[in-house]
Design a protein around this ligand. Structure first.
Ligand code: OOG
Ligand code: NI
Length: 265
């Protein structure tokens, strides 16, 4: 196992611990075979110790490089995606919340979280599966939730993949996203239908769908509460003009995929 393969194994174990549906769907779609993971996604704040630039450095040290850039005006997010020199490794999508665009109350809560972190947190080898590195109360979680579902999710869950992604291109028994979605619904899984179950199309070279996040218990500093955890995504890529499969993301679709961790999407 290479270092990067081992890393993704650790990230997957942490993810399925709070996303049992992903483990079951992985078996269902793979029919006993391994499933190729198209990408994982991370969320962070744009504050110095943990900003997108820190993720870039962490990923670059492992053979990744920056590819696309994306802006989400309404959600107040900036994102980039990273590809590995070995194209068989999963892509990584990282977004950061533009903290200064929120109310003083929300900014204060976020600064209180980031202030608890060591300066070099992003250099730690387990950073990408380190979980929540700060203490937060349920009350502060709810204050964040009122202004940004993203901020609340990140404050509760910290540094872990918020989803893995089944590459439909590599499945043996399914060729189109509609067949995948139908199989999932027949088995009782609920899809994110925000903006339609299928986001994108062959013209933008990427079709995506996702489950709604599972729910899991989180220990806040004042109480334990059950909140949305992580989800599973399904992606089919189409060839670009050069004949190679498109490797980027589509901002309009991503905008809806983010909402897979909303309590009601
Ligand atoms: C990332 C959402 C974007 C995609 O595939 O478009 C994304 C997130 O929910 O943090 O993963
Ligand atoms: Ni995704």
């Amino acid at each position: 196992m290479t270092k990067v393969t081992k890393l993704f194994d650790n990230i997957w174990q942490q993810y399925i611990a709070v996303t049992p549906s992903a483990k079951n769907i992985h078996q269902l779609l793979g029919d006993g075979k391994d499933v190729v993971n198209d990408h994982v996604a991370y969320r962070t704040f744009n504050t110095g110790k943990v900003n997108l630039n820190k993720f870039s450095k962490h990923l670059e040290a492992m053979g990744y490089s920056e590819c696309g850039q994306y802006d989400f005006v309404a959600k107040k997010l900036t994102a980039k995606h990273f590809e590995h020199q070995d194209a068989s490794m999963p892509k990584v999508f990282v977004s950061e919340l533009r903290v200064e665009e929120f109310s003083p109350t929300v900014q204060n809560i976020i600064h209180t979280l980031v202030d608890q972190l060591p300066e070099n947190i992003s250099e730690q080898p387990n950073f990408l599966y380190s979980g929540r590195p700060w203490k937060i109360s349920f009350e502060d979680y709810q204050t964040l939730l009122a202004e940004s579902e993203y901020a609340a999710w990140l404050a509760a869950w910290g540094y872990r993949a918020n989803h893995f992604t089944v590459s439909i291109n590599h499945l043996d028994n399914y060729h189109c996203i509609t067949d995948v979605n139908n199989r999932l619904k027949q088995s009782g899984y609920v899809l994110n239908s925000n903006g339609g179950e299928i986001k994108g199309n062959n013209v933008v070279k990427l079709e995506q769908s996702s489950t709604l996040a599972d729910k899991a218990f989180v220990e806040f500093s004042d109480k334990k509460a059950e909140i949305p955890s992580c989800f599973y995504e399904f992606a089919k890529r189409y060839p670009s003009a050069n004949g190679e499969l498109y490797t980027g993301f589509v901002a309009e679709s991503a905008d809806k995929i983010f909402e897979s961790t909303n309590a009601v999407a």
